[in-house]
Structure formats: C-alpha cells, structure tokens
Design a protein around this ligand. Structure first.
Ligand SMILES: Nc1nc2c(c(=O)[nH]1)N[C@H]1C(S)=C(S)[C@@H](COP(=O)(O)OP(=O)(O)OC[C@H]3O[C@@H](n4cnc5c(=O)[nH]c(N)nc54)[C@H](O)[C@@H]3O)O[C@H]1N2
Ligand SMILES: Nc1nc2c(c(=O)[nH]1)N[C@H]1C(S)=C(S)[C@@H](COP(=O)(O)OP(=O)(O)OC[C@H]3O[C@@H](n4cnc5c(=O)[nH]c(N)nc54)[C@H](O)[C@@H]3O)O[C@H]1N2
Ligand code: SF4
Ligand SMILES: [Mo]
Length: 911
C-alpha cells in the first residue's frame, strides 16, 4: 500500500469514514474529516481496528484455505465441489431444499449476488439474513406507515432537534459517534434528551430524563402519549387532514389502551413506589417523569425519536415501531429538519441488505416477492427462468426447516447463527443434522464453523472492496488497503465462481464489484415509476473509475424522480410512497411479551451490547485493548434480587431458562430494576464454557416481522459455588473443555482465563508443556510451583529458560491479581529473581494495580490511575481527568463511565 486509503468502518451502522495510512510496520487508522457521518470522529472499536488486524498476523485466527470435510483444498476444487453438492441436493430434493443465511455485514455487492443466485438461478426463496434478528420489525413498521422501507431523516436531525428521545437504544455504546454528535449539540444549544430503557445505561449520562419502563411496554407508552397529545390539542390536525389516514382509529385504540397519564404509568411500570430509588438508580417519581416527557414532546416541534433493539427485538416489535411513528405523524414531524422517527441500524450494511432484498420477504431493489408484476420484472431483468412469486422462510423457521430435514443444504455467510439465533441449542441440532453446511467466514473458529462440511475463507474488511449503506441512507465505499490473506477471496467472488460451476455463468460474468454495483443500480431504476423509493439510477452506467472515486452519497440518486428537496430528508412534503400518497397511522394495542415470567423462571433477562465488543467477538475479541473493558460477561442484577437469590457481587451465577443455562460473573448494580437482569450477547463457546446466552431465549417472534424476542427472557438465577477459582495466563491458547467455568480474554501478549471448578482438579495440566519436557529436569521448559494444600492455594509458572510463558493462580477465592502486571511479565524476555518470588507469592510489587479495570481504551487508562487522579490531583471533572491522563479525550466513549467514577469516588475523596 502506498498513500492513504479512504474507507468505511466495518462495525456499526453509523458508517464512519476512515483514513488508513501506511506506517513503518503496518497501518494507522483515523477518522475521515470529510466523511459526513463522522467528520473525523471515531469510537473505541473503530480506533482499535488495526489492533484486530495485527492480532490476526501474530496469532493464527484467520481461515486461510478452503476446507472440505476437514481437508484443505484449492479454490477450483472447493468451488466445483460446492457446486456439485448443491446441484446433487437440488436434483434429488428440488431447489427449495437449499437455503442461504446471510448477513448485514456483507457488502452490497456480495449481498446482491447472494440474492440473485438463490432466488433467480437456484430457484429457492429461502434466503434470510441476520437482519431478521435486528431490523425486521422496523422494515414492517416503515412499510405499514410510509408504504416503503425508508428512514426519513438524517444524522444532522439529531443535532438540530430540541428534543431527542432514545427508546430502546443505548446510543452511547452502540452508535458512539452519533452519540458524540448529540453530546456536542447538547453542549451548544441544550438539546433535551430522554432515554426510555428498562435499565440505566451509559446513554443516560447526557439525558435529562430516564424512564425505566417495564420491558416490552413501549406500545403502551407511545399510545399513552398519542392519546394525551390528542386530548390536549397538541396534534397537527391540518397535517393529518392532508397527509395521513387512520388518525381516528389509531387514537381511539390508544385511548382504549392508555386513556391518561396514570394508566400509562401503570402499564409501563412507572408507578413504582418511591422507595425503589433506594435500591435502583431511578430518582424521582415515575409519574412525574412521564408527565414531563409528554409535555416536552408536545412543546418541541423539532423532536427526533431514535429507536433500536429495545424496540425491534420484541414479540410486539412491529407494533412498537408503528406506535412511535404514529406520534410523529400525528404531530406532522416526519422528514423535516430536526423532526423524524429515526431507526438507527446496527450493522454496517443492514441498510444495503434491505436495498438488495436480502430478507426472505423481500425481492430486490424494494420490490415485493408476492407481487406478480414485481416478480415478472425482476425475472426479465435477471433473465431468470425460475424466479417465482412467494416468500421464503424467515430465520427461525429456516432453521426449523433444516431441523426437520426439509432444507438439506444451507450456506451461512458472515454470521454466526449457532450463537446469535435464539434457542441456540436447537439451531446447533439443526446444523448437526443438515447434510450440507457451507460456511464462509474470515476466521478459523466459530461456533457455527464447527458444524461446517465446507469452509470457505472470506476476505476481511481490510481486503474487501464494495459499498455499504449507513442508517441515514448514505452509501459509502469500502476500499481495500491490504492484499488478500492466504487464499481468502471476497464473498462476491466465491459465490460467482460457484454460480459459474453450477452452470449459470452467463448471468454471473462480473469482473469486479463495480460491475455488480452498476447492475444493482440499473435494477433500482428499471421500470421504476417513482413508487420505488430506492432508486440509484444515476450509478447504473458508472465506470469502474467513477465507482472507485465514489464520494459518500445518500439515496435516492435517481435520474428521473429525484426529490426536489434533495435526498437528505424524505417525505418532508407530506407525500408518502403509498398508493394514495398518504401515510398511515396504525391502530396498535399494548400486548404483554410472549414469554412471561412465572414461578419457575421469575425474572426477566434482558440482553444487549458492551461498548468494546462486537457481536460474537470473532474480531473485537482478538484485541487486548477491546477485551480489557469487560473481560468477562457480567450478569447485572439489582441488590434486592442478589439478596433474594443469594448472589454476591463478584461471585458466579447460574442462569436458567426454559431452553438452556449459562454461567456468568455477578455484578450487583443499581442500574437494574428489581425483577430484571441484564446479560451481554457477545460470549460463545470459543471464548467461554457457558457464557453464550443465545441458548436461553425461546424462539418467540413478532407475528409480522418474524423477529425474535431476545430482550425478554424469563429466567431463574442461583449461585454457582465453586470449590476453587483461578486465573490462568498463557502465551498459547489452552483447552479447558471439561471445566464448568472458564472465560477467555485476549490480554497484551497472552490469553487470560478466569476459571472455576466444583471438583478437585489436576491444575498443573492446565499449563501443558511439550511432551518431551515433562519430567526432564534438564529441559529448558519447566514449571515452578507453590502449593499450600491446607488453604487450597496453588501457584504455578511455566518457564522457558528465563522467559515466563504461563502462570496459574488457584485458591478458594478468586485470586486478586493485576492482569496487567502478569501479562507484562509474560511479555518480558527474562524474569528476575524478585519477580519470580512475587509470582509464587501471588503478590505483585505495586498493590495499587490490583484488579485494575481498563476504562479508556484509546489511551489505556485504568480505574486505579483515575481514582488516584481524583484523590491526589484533585480532579473533579471529566475535563480534569482528560487533562491529567488523556482519558476520555480520544473517542469519548468512556465519558459516561468517567462521570460515574467521579460520582462514586468524589464524595469519598472529600471525606
Ligand atoms: N459496541 C457495540 N456496538 C454495536 C454492536 C455491538 O455488537 N457492539 N452491534 C450493532 C448492532 S448489529 C445493533 S443492532 C445495534 C444495537 O444497538 P442498541 O439497540 O442500542 O443495543 P442493545 O444493547 O442491543 O439494546 C438497546 C437497549 O434496549 C433496551 N431494552 C430492552 N428491552 C427494552 C424494552 O422493552 N423497551 C425499551 N425501550 N428498551 C428496551 C436494553 O436495556 C438496551 O439498553 O448496535 C450496533 N452497535
Ligand atoms: N440474545 C441476543 N441475541 C442477539 C441480539 C441481542 O441483542 N440479544 N442481537 C441480534 C442482532 S441485532 C444481530 S445483528 C446479531 C449479530 O449476530 P451475528 O451476525 O451472528 O454476529 P457476528 O459475530 O457479527 O457474526 C459475523 C460473522 O461473520 C464473519 N465475518 C466478518 N466479516 C466477514 C466477511 O466479510 N465475510 C464473511 N463471509 N464473513 C465475515 C465474522 O468472523 C463472524 O463469524 O445477533 C442477534 N442476536
Ligand atoms: S461509531 Fe464506531 S463502530 Fe460505529 S462506524 Fe463509527 S467508528 Fe465504527
Ligand atoms: Mo443488529
């Protein structure tokens, strides 16, 4: 690589532009100051992107060669064999026995090919994507309200709004750069911010109001708001008369549901007694806060309601979306500057996937698989003779069809369903029964890859070329800056080769992603009379050079029907993409979530994300910097429940549901309401013995969108009481299978494992030595140890000459040791005598470093130094901490935590 490359971040749907520049020993990444999504900003995950690549180079994480039935093969063999097996399946069981399960992390060009191949040429409607678990409810909500799947607003709206409502969105951790933009706007003109979330999240840091609603009660809340707005004359009846249908029925239903503030508070659990404030960090009366929210919503025309998975991942997800949109339609606040409902998408290309029609109930370019005219049009455009009307199985149903043997071949691309789909053990059962499982992935070990007959090595972010669409409909180029690794190939290439080997060569002649994008653009314009909002016809004849030089742009980019006001905001003129041009308000009623707690499973488990991990950790889990923020998955639980179920802070809990169990470290937290617990979604069998929570949810889905309810899981909790606990450091991965509790985290230069067991164990075997060294006194590799059998304390260090390559600390309690100190020792060329003694004594030289926790990952600043700065250097604000330690001055993602630490430590420092 010479010079700089402008590309796009492969993580969240904010879609930040990046500049990657070569350095002496690799690359440096920075925010692109010219990209409209981030204007130079980055978050902790984006800033650590190069770390994940460096980790890949140092350690063997990548899948670098195709494999068939465990044997490495070359590409011609791999593509021919994949094609042959698919064709054999089709010949024997028909085309509908084949399914693709794809992902919002594919590039648009990959996605387009997947959709064209299976629907248009294999002739199976069964393609669905992990967007089913993510955005499907919003797609339904948008279509029902606007007639098309369109996000009307843009990011600037969050900056010019007077009120921003975050409902079911932890923006501070999940869309951090948007949160930074919002924070700056608030500092400038005092934007009011309301967070609607059952738990107190990092996003509450800049909020004026937090409504800790009962999980699943958003429809009641927005119905209550609608009824109240109507009753108090706050609706824009002129706008409604001109542009909206369904107002009366929607309001009537809302009134029946929640006629007044009191009934709304009751349904949403906001009528909690004020004593609750003693146990949960939710000050003030719920009722009063609700009234404030309603008043603000009425007062501020410039209101944006941001929503995400707290809304979508629900058995009433689609209705939640429409309940939110109803309040915006009733007040005429759609597609206007600073006024819109705003679905923030999760994955980098969740939106691109919707544009190519990657969902089972979509066709391509915003066409409908059930509309015979649309199907005919796409059939002619693709020259397909097999495309038929009808939709395919949605994700959960697809895996059921695999389980019962109806689908006999599945190709999984860029997603890890054995972890991320609900009722994951059943998904695993289905995969284990499926005669042909093909998995394309970038890494060499995931829970899903363990079931693959054919493993196909995909090119990773740094190597791929194509486009992605972010939450504000902005299409940006992802550009490669690194050569392809091993035999890895881009996903579009892999599919194109298989398509050719299956005999569809004529339709898959593409030379590069530019060809594919041009075809996608042409289809978006093809016989489009302006009713298909997605139209990027301006790009249909674009040459490769224009494609390569593409600047980020928002769609539509139509040659014939470009909206007069531009593409920034849509529907601002009140004309919608329905047959009569009117938007629709929908009568929706509050329903209880399908999975209800009961005697056996009395608590509601909520699940979601951590700041520095991405989904199933295949990439972020490899970076020490990102693993330090939360090295273990935590079960967050209110003090009342901890007491009731005999859990202690820092202990281990067993979590059971109807479908599965998990083990997690307990964190007693007043951010949780009593009766509710929170679990992160990230851990899996590669990183833990039992931290994967995909096994817990029942696969209940929203009836309209098919999106699973993964935020409302009835569970029971109990202590897991280990006989011993330990901390293991090793410069090579250790196989701990058989241990009931282990969690692996990437440390600087080594793997760090938290371990615990309920049975005596041969500890030394956890530090395996090369076979010829065992018992050989003269071997360079040896183990030094300290044992106190009476106290149950054991310490071991594995040395190779003077170099320490592993260490293990075991005791009846969790060893209180600084991870950083020991990791650093493992990185040293030689260990000194005092260090060796300190290791075996289990005491590090600087007691201040004990159990330090990384807070700022940009500048590697831990809790201990921050606490010291508050105590010793009189830091009283995040600005002081920034000045003294730099913490919080990089991406700013840790600012909420810095504030929390200040709140916690300051009063004690003053004592
Ligand atoms: N750090 C990080 N960022 C990410 C990702 C990641 O893995 N890591 N993933 C990306 C992806 S794909 C997605 S989809 C987005 C998700 O982004 P978000 O939706 O913001 O993230 P979640 O943590 O899944 O859930 C958001 C919040 O919903 C709340 N919630 C639960 N139940 C309810 C309810 O009934 N009502 C309301 N109002 N709230 C509720 C939860 O407590 C949680 O705080 O993040 C994207 N960004
Ligand atoms: N309980 C619970 N479950 C959830 C959620 C929740 O909040 N709670 N959230 C849901 C949501 S919103 C989402 S989006 C899903 C996410 O869940 P998944 O999609 O399963 O998560 P990822 O870990 O992102 O999986 C992406 C896979 O693709 C690989 N990969 C990366 N880049 C490429 C590439 O270019 N090509 C190919 N072929 N492979 C690549 C990665 O190594 C990884 O194995 O989880 C869902 N599941
Ligand atoms: S906010 Fe962070 S994760 Fe999301 S696109 Fe920007 S840099 Fe990437
Ligand atoms: Mo997602």
């Amino acid at each position: 690589m010479r010079g700089e490359v402008k590309t796009t971040c492969p993580y969240c749907g904010v879609g930040c532009g990046l500049i990657v520049s070569p350095t002496r020993d690799g690359w440096a990444v920075g925010g692109d100051p010219d990209h409209p999504a981030n204007r130079g900003r980055l978050c902790s995950k984006g800033a650590a992107l190069i770390d994940t690549i460096t980790a890949e180079m140092k350690r063997d994480f990548r899948l670098l060669k195709p494999e068939i039935d465990g044997k490495t093969v070359d590409w011609p063999t791999a593509t021919q064999e994949t094609a042959d097996r698919l064709r054999a399946t089709i010949q024997k069981h028909g085309p509908k026995s084949v399914a693709f399960y794809v992902s919002g992390q594919l590039l648009t060009e990959d996605y387009y090919i997947a959709n064209k191949l299976i629907k248009g040429f294999i002739g199976s409607p069964h393609i669905d994507t992990n967007s089913r678990l993510c955005m499907a409810s919003t797609v339904v909500g948008h279509k029902r309200a606007f007639g098309a799947d369109v996000v009307p607003g843009c990011y600037e709206d969050l900056e010019i709004a007077d009120l921003v409502v975050l409902t079911g969105s932890n923006l501070a951790w999940c869309h951090p750069v948007l949160n930074q933009r919002l924070r700056t706007a608030k500092e400038k003109h005092g934007t009011k911010i309301v967070v609607i979330d059952p738990r107190k999240t990092a996003s509450c840091d800049i909020a004026d109001l937090h409504l800790p609603i009962k999980p699943g009660s958003d429809v009641a809340l927005f119905n209550g708001l609608l009824a109240w707005l109507d009753q108090n004359g706050h609706c824009d009846l002129q706008y409604v008369a001109r542009h909206v249908s369904g107002y009366e029925t929607a309001v009537a239903e809302a009134r029946a549901d929640c006629p007044d503030i009191e009934s709304t508070a009751k349904k949403c659990g906001l009528d909690y007694p004020s004593e609750i404030s003693e146990y949960a960090d939710h000050d003030g009366s719920g009722l009063g806060k609700l009234e404030t929210f309603f008043n603000w919503f009425a007062a501020f025309d410039r209101t944006v309601t941001v929503f995400s998975q707290g809304v979508n991942q629900s058995s009433s997800g689609s209705d939640k979306v429409n309940a939110i949109i109803n309040t915006h339609l009733a007040t005429g606040r759609v597609g206007k500057p600073g006024a819109s409902p705003f679905s923030v998408t999760g994955q980098p290309n969740a939106m691109g996937g919707r544009e190519v029609g990657g969902l089972a109930n979509q066709l391509a370019a915003h066409m409908d698989p059930n509309d015979v005219n649309d199907v005919d049009r796409v059939r002619r455009f693709w020259n397909s003779d097999i495309l038929e009307p009808g939709e395919g199985y949605k994700a959960v149903d697809m895996f059921r069809a695999i389980e019962r043997g109806e689908i006999k071949a599945v190709w999984v691309m860029a997603t890890n369903p054995a972890v991320s789909l609900p009722d994951a053990d059943r998904v695993r059962l289905a995969l284990s029964r499926c005669p042909l499982v093909i998995v394309s992935d970038t890494v060499n070990d995931t829970d899903t890859l363990r079931y693959a007959h054919i493993k196909l090595p995909a090119a990773g972010w740094a190597e791929k070329s194509g486009t992605v669409t972010n939450s504000e409909r902005r299409i940006s180029r992802q550009r490669p800056f690194r050569e392809l690794q091993g035999d890895a190939k881009p996903d579009w290439w892999i599919m194109t080769q298989v398509a050719r080997a299956m005999g569809y060569g004529k339709a898959f002649k593409y030379r590069d992603p530019a060809d594919i994008f041009a075809e996608h653009a042409a289809l978006s314009e093809f016989e489009n009379d302006g009713m298909r909002a997605f139209d990027i016809g301006q790009w249909q004849k674009a040459k490769k050079s224009a494609y390569d030089a593409m600047e980020p742009f928002q769609w539509p980019a139509s040659r014939k029907h470009q909206p007069a006001g531009g593409s920034e905001r849509l529907y601002g003129n009140g004309i919608f993409t329905t047959s009569n041009g009117r938007a629709r308000m929908l009568a929706v009623a509050h329903k209880l979530p399908m999975s209800q707690p009961g005697k056996e499973f009395p608590l509601i488990a909520n699940s979601g994300r951590y700041r520095d991990q991405w989904h199933t950790m295949t990439r972020t889990g490899t970076a020490a910097r990102l693993s330090a923020h939360r090295p273990e998955p935590l079960l967050e639980v209110n003090i009342l429940d901890a007491k009731r179920y005999k859990l202690t802070d820092g202990g281990i809990a067993r979590i059971r549901s109807k479908r599965g169990t998990a083990l997690m470290r307990v964190s007693v937290s007043d951010a949780q309401m009593p009766g509710e617990v929170f679990m992160p979604m990230h851990w899996n069998d590669v990183y833990s013995s039992a931290g994967g929570i995909g096994r817990l949810p029942t696969a209940h889905v929203d009836p309209f969108s098919g999106q699973p309810e993964t935020k409302h899981i009835p569970v029971s909790i109990e202590p897991f009481e280990p006989l011993w606990q330990g901390l293991l450091f090793s410069n090579t991965p250790v196989d701990l299978s058989g241990l009931p509790y282990w969690v692996a985290a990437t440390g600087p230069g080594c793997m760090i494992y938290e371990i615990a067991g309920d049975r005596p164990c041969l500890f030394k075997s956890m530090l395996p030595m090369a076979a010829n060294n065992i018992g050989n006194e003269n071997a360079i590799e040896h183990i030094i140890e300290y044992n106190d059998g009476k106290k149950g304390v054991h310490r071991y260090a594995r040395l190779n000459g003077d170099r320490i390559t592993g260490a293990l600390f075991v005791g009846p309690d969790r060893p209180a040791l600084g991870r950083d100190w020991i990791s650093a020792l493992l990185g040293n060329d030689a260990i000194s005598g005092p260090e060796r003694n300190a290791l075996l004594a289990g005491r590090m030289p600087d007691a201040g470093a004990i159990n330090d926790r990384l807070i700022c990952s940009c500048f590697s600043v831990g809790l201990a130094s921050i606490t010291r700065a508050i105590h010793d250097q009189n830091a009283v604000s995040t600005a002081d901490i920034g000045r003294l330690l730099q913490a919080g001055t990089g991406c700013g993602s840790c600012l909420p935590e810095l504030k929390e630490i200040l709140d916690d430590v300051l009063p004690r420092a003053a004592e």
